[in-house]
Design a protein around this ligand. Sequence first.
Ligand code: PLP
Length: 496
Amino acid sequence: MSNTAQELKAEILRLTRDYSALVHRANRAGTENSVPFEPGKTTVPYAGRVFDQDEVEAAVGATLDFWLTLGPEGEAFERELAGFLGVKHSLLVNSGSSANLIAIAALTTHKLPANRRVQPGDEVITVAAGFPTTVAPILQVGAVPVFIDNDPATGNARVEQLEAAFSPGKTKAVMMAHALGNPFDLSSVLEFCRRHDLWLIEDNCDALGCTYSMPIARANALGIIENSPGIPANGTHVTRYTGTWGDISTQSFYPPHHLTMGEGGAVNLVSRPPLKTYAASFRDWGRDCWCASGKDDTCGKRFNWKLGELPRGYDHKYIYSHLGYNLKPLDPQAAIGRQQLKKLPAFIEARKRNWEVLREGLAEFADKFDFTLPTHATGWTPEGFTWDATGCRTECSWFGFMLRVKPGAGFTHTDLARHLESKKIGNRMFFGGNLLRQPVFVQLRKDRPSSFRVLGAMPGADEIMERALFLGTYPGLTTTMLEYELQVIRDFVRQA
Ligand SMILES: Cc1ncc(COP(=O)(O)O)c(C=O)c1O
């Protein structure tokens, strides 16, 4: 770049920072130096983008560079995200839903041994209540989701149902989400997967930065020996981030999530290197070649392959091993993600803090609400959680603060949701609730009854659908907003 170009770019970026400092004040982390908060007038979002000049400068800088397609920023972000988590590779994609699609598609490759490959009609165990695109990709690759119930206390799978859901020769994988930043019982799920030689896909879209710990002997028996990077050894437990225990995991970087790049997501390949090549192939048109964007001949034999029925030497760039997609994000998005990743540790702490503020602030209403418990916790006090006897522990990087309205409360979760909405307080139900009650599954039951299997009644998923809602915990919430939110809920409950 010429001196003049460099100077111009520096000037544009300086002005960009000034501009962002002026107009994006409302998007700073939960400090009170943002725009004035007017109770009842200013919306308290349940989630949103939290950024400063760094992200805006990065986006403008990458746009000026005009690489556009996934390139140098993308490669750097993939390396940095994999490094943060302590996984072999991360592949950027254009959404969490795409990440889930690629994760399961990667397991359909003919390059896997037949007994491990997910083939049409094979079964994948999942959970009834949650986000639809944790489940839809299972059907989209021709596999059969087998639904087990949720434990309403945690939002996660009732792992005691796993064995009953298993079908010898048919079950190939477990694919489920860590609900709202609450890790599922990884110890039990992994033991089940090891026992039956199954893949585990962790949908970590709502749980970046959560950790799960298990006693060292237990972890070693499951073949897990190392802590995640940056987590000090404590001599008794192995502690890793969620998304690093199974074979593949996924992230969403849509704005409500723990970090954002606008639209975006990632597929994390935890341990087995060939999975990266399969996942990349499905992301990148189904091609056999694994060159990064703008690169040629990474394999060193671009014109020497003999694959399919193509003539020897056919250009590897145009050899297709899979029925693939193109699900890549843009380089400026990755540039934003890289800046967000630097802020992630502070974001995680803020989410934990905000959850505690809400939990403590609503503790007096234990007769009206059932509060979500982290997996393995048995109770909450202001001093901390009490834990079950497994020795396993969870530390939640909360996506939201979920509660269930008790049946005799005098109001329903919909009443509360409506009231909060009228007071401009953002809230959400637990995504699709019991997905099996959604129009899409009701129709599927009629059109293709054998396309999914359900393990009996789903009372836990129904309870979540009928009684739960969640409030935000995102780092953009200020103390004033949280206090207002608590006051509104207190007034509502006392009047009910
Ligand atoms: C658990 C879970 N999985 C997947 C997704 C899909 O992510 P995206 O919106 O980026 O497609 C979401 C979305 O919030 C989610 O909550």
